[in-house]
Design a protein around this ligand. Structure first.
Ligand code: COA
Length: 423
């Protein structure tokens, strides 16, 4: 497909770090012309953070900014402001994730942006939503996980490790960017009907909370019923529910299906020699068959989910005993024949080399002018009509002259801006 679906949509990518760049990168994969606007000489802070190759853009940057063009611009200098004004007039969307008030202080209030381009969609990520009592706070990933309910509900509920726990998945950053992308596409469709742009905002707290929906469900159930029957504390540690605050549930299933992480062959030395096993209600008989426990099929102590819950530790121990001489891959190969929802715990090393992920384009190798090639995570969304092609990230200011020329600036004007370090 030569014309990607978002071809013709021009996006000013005034974002940095992860939340904003993750959003605009995805829109670039799907065909939008994404112009990354960066501070001259420095650029996005992630270009230099956690470098693995001296003086080359860090993977942190390259993995979040592929398929974009880079324009350096000092948007606090008058000439830089004039360029941004021109860009706003000619673009469809501007995405930003600066600290609260930064865009206003630069002179680009929502009112001013609308004056410049009534069709403009201004999309913002902030830590907290407008009007929130914490709206002035600057926020990074883990701060959002704490504020959005993920940390209080993740981890262990007893022992010395029973502290609120951060997920390694970017629930605060990339997840907020994905929410924002949905908002932007919605606003683009809205504009097709009204001709008008709008402000789209997504707070990191809200985006995390939106993924903690089942925990908010549990809080309300707990307040009504007094306990949570699918949690590992039930029924032997009922004191965990006494304060009516949703407790952390370790590796429990979280839905109607109990599940746990189970040891496989080699767990003593391999930190990832585990599988996740789910005791799906209607798969109970196949589970009994897989484990060679036909007597559990008719024993009233095991036939219903409610009856099984007091024995759930014993059930998981039986499964662990069954797989103790099997690798995680062998265990899954057995259970898949019985239609049991399960998977190996995969390390980053295994995922990076996974042939299926390479084949599907979920992990891709892309070229880079300074680094040579590197691996990145490709589009998790697959389309029948096209396959996003990941082209690598731009060098700092690589497209400054090209973008300025497209805006109508001549060579002399561009040289003058360079001399004054506006670009
Ligand atoms: C991520 C965050 C904590 C970083 O904070 P920070 O490093 O202090 O940077 P800020 O975003 O506040 O911006 C710093 C300044 O650079 C300025 N700046 C950015 N790009 C510029 C450019 N091209 N030219 C001139 N000035 C520029 C901003 O206007 C801002 O100026 P001011 O605050 O002095 O008025 C903050 O941006 C934030 O809270 N963002 C919202 C939530 C978010 O996205 N978090 C990160 C998710 S990965």
């Amino acid at each position: 497909m030569s014309d990607l679906p978002l071809k013709g949509i021009k996006i000013i990518d005034f974002t940095h770090v992860q939340a904003g760049p993750a959003c605009t990168q995805m829109l670039a994969w799907f065909g939008a012309d994404v112009i990354k606007l960066e501070r001259p000489g420095a650029g996005d802070v992630t270009r230099t953070q956690l470098r693995d190759i001296p003086n080359a853009d860090a993977l942190y940057f390259t993995m979040l900014n592929s398929n974009k063009r880079s324009l350096t611009l000092n948007t606090k200098a008058p000439e830089g402001k004039a360029v941004l004004e021109k860009l706003i007039r000619e673009s469809d969307v501007m995405v930003e994730n600066f600290g609260p008030g930064a865009l206003d202080r630069m002179g680009f209030t929502w009112e001013r942006i609308q004056e410049l381009n009534p069709g403009m969609i201004l999309a913002s990520v902030k830590g907290f939503s407008e009007g929130h009592h914490y709206e002035d706070l600057k926020v990074y990933e883990n701060v959002a996980q704490c504020a959005g309910g993920a940390a209080s509900t993740t981890g262990w509920w007893k022992g010395e490790n029973s502290v609120p726990t951060i997920s390694a998945a970017a629930l605060g950053d990339s997840n907020t960017g994905m929410h924002l992308a949905i908002g932007i596409l919605t606003a683009i469709i809205g504009r097709q009907k009204t001709g008008k742009g709008q402000k789209v905002a997504c707070s990191m707290q809200d985006a995390v909370l939106n993924l903690c929906r089942v925990k908010m469900r549990d809080q309300q159930r707990l307040e009504k019923v007094g306990y949570l029957e699918e949690y590992p504390q039930y029924p032997h540690e009922m004191e965990a529910f006494a304060d009516k605050v949703t407790p952390r549930g370790g590796n429990a299933g979280g839905g109607g299906q109990p599940g746990w992480i189970l040891k496989c062959k080699g767990w003593e030395t391999d930190p990832n020699a585990y599988i996740y096993f789910t005791v799906q209600g209607h798969a109970w008989e196949p589970i009994c068959d897989a484990l060679g426990k036909p007597e559990w099929k008719t024993d009233p102590a095991y036939t219903t989910a409610k009856a099984r819950q007091p024995h759930i530790d014993e059930i998981f121990a039986t499964i662990e005993d069954f797989i103790k001489d099997k690798t995680k891959f062998e265990a899954v190969d057995i259970f898949r024949k019985f239609d049991i929802p399960c998977a190996p715990v995969l390390s980053m090393k295994e995922l990076l080399r996974d042939e299926s992920l390479r084949k599907s384009g979920s992990i891709v190798e892309v070229p880079h002018k300074e680094r040579g090639s590197y691996f990145t995570i490709g589009s998790p969304i697959k389309f029948s009509a096209f396959k996003p092609s990941i082209t690598g990230s731009p060098l700092l200011g690589e497209h400054s002259e090209q973008v300025l020329a497209e805006l109508g600036y001549g060579a002399e004007q561009i040289a003058a801006m360079k001399a004054k370090e506006v670009i």
